[in-house]
Design a protein around this ligand. Structure first.
Ligand SMILES: [Mg+2]
Length: 386
């Protein structure tokens, strides 16, 4: 089998509800989507959700190759970026080809990706994550209660601009999750808004009332001194990693004991890069946590990571032209037996979306908010509904 070509389809999707963190507290409900189709001479097509950039430059390193050689092809593409660096949007291009190659490899084996990657079972513990800064208190409760009714006993709240509101909303999340567990696991995420010292002050106040299991991105992604400072001065574990691109970015954090839980995903240079990062963490006996993905399809990879803890479930309604073979049951994402990612693209619906793009609010990705790392800019009047 040989790789013969590729195409990218782009579209816009309107979510069922807005999502937000403290950097853009008012939130967005319109997201860009893209799908990479990687074609072969045997009529099997691999797909990747999210296409990145620099694809033409990378394609020449895989054109004509056998997709089963995916790890070797990943090395060849990665080596080609030696001078400019495997980072930014180019890194997402490498990631997209790698993801589509893994889809092909699994489809050639007629197996779901979790089996191709060597998982013992297609089952991954879930935690709920509302990306909820723009939700009213009632909506916040409803989201976490709906998740708890699926058996999910852990939740992560967006925080950062108003300590009193953060504390109140932590209580609402805990109450909503209490039907799944008498002591639900609570997490917060401040998305790099705070300086390390601000983080320590706010988290310590929260810890007077709540038992937090992790605090996410309490300092900047590369600041291993700051992250380690937070980790040593609060009880909760420090989680970070979602904005890093490769094992090279993650290495200084792990080597300097600046991270307790590593957030992983295919933004770490595809499936191949994500597994490298997870293995590095495993060597240091650190757990990893898979980032959220459309209909949680990245559980395919999480299932094959021995040190995986639990995966982020957001569920904002992003599946307009896609079908996924998985479900949530008793707090776990349960994967089916469909080959590859278990993702089917409805090309008719995709064409409809392209012909009639939805309108909505906001701009994605979120920028960094004014004052970040220096002073707090509380939500303006009307910026958040609470
Ligand atoms: Mg996060």
């Amino acid at each position: 089998m040989k790789i013969t070509g590729y195409r990218v389809e782009q579209y816009l999707m309107r979510l069922d509800r807005a999502i937000a963190d403290c950097n853009l507290a008012s939130g967005v409900d319109l997201l860009p989507g893209s799908i990479l189709f990687l074609e072969t001479d045997e009529n099997i097509t691999g797909i990747a959700l999210g296409a990145g950039a620099g694809l033409d430059g990378l394609f020449k390193f895989i054109e004509g190759a056998d997709p089963r050689e995916v790890v070797g092809l990943w090395c060849r593409m990665n080596d080609s970026l030696h001078k400019i660096g495997n980072r930014g949007i180019t890194s997402f291009g490498l990631s997209a080809f790698d993801m589509a190659l893994w889809d092909l490899k699994a489809k050639i084996e007629d197996a779901p990706l979790w089996r191709t990657l060597g998982a013992r079972e297609g089952r991954v513990k879930a935690y709920a994550s509302g990306l909820d800064y723009c939700l009213t208190d009632e909506e916040l409760f409803a989201f976490y209660r709906r998740m708890a009714e699926l058996g999910i006993d852990s939740g992560k709240l967006k925080v950062g601009l108003d300590l009193n509101a953060d504390m109140r909303r932590l209580g609402i999340m805990r109450e909503a999750l209490s039907v799944a567990s008498r002591s639900p696991a609570l997490m917060i995420d401040s998305n790099e808004y705070w300086s390390p010292k601000q983080a320590v002050r706010w988290i310590r106040r929260m810890e007077e009332k709540f038992d937090l299991i992790w605090v996410e991105e309490p300092a900047r992604r590369w600041d291993y001194h700051g992250l380690r400072q937070v980790s040593r001065q609060v009880k909760a574990a420090v989680a970070t990693g979602e904005n890093l691109h490769s094992v090279a970015d993650v290495y200084p954090l792990i080597a300097n004991r600046a991270v307790d839980v590593l957030n992983v995903w295919t933004g770490h240079s595809g499936v191949t890069g994500c597994l490298q990062v997870a293995r590095l963490a495993q060597a240091f006996d650190l757990p990893v946590s898979m980032m959220n993905a459309q209909a949680n399809y990245m559980a395919q990879v999480a299932a094959a990571i021995p040190n995986h803890w639990m995966m982020e479930v957001v569920d904002p309604g992003r599946e307009h032209c896609l079908k996924f073979d998985n479900r949530i049951e008793d707090g776990f994402i349960v994967l089916g037996e469909s080959p590859g990612w278990g993702v089917e693209v409805d090309e008719k619906k995709l064409k409809e979306l392209q012909a009639h793009p939805p309108t909505g609010r906001g701009q994605f990705p979120f920028p960094r908010r004014e004052g970040a790392g220096r002073y707090i800019v509380p939500p303006a009047k009307g910026e958040v509904p609470w």
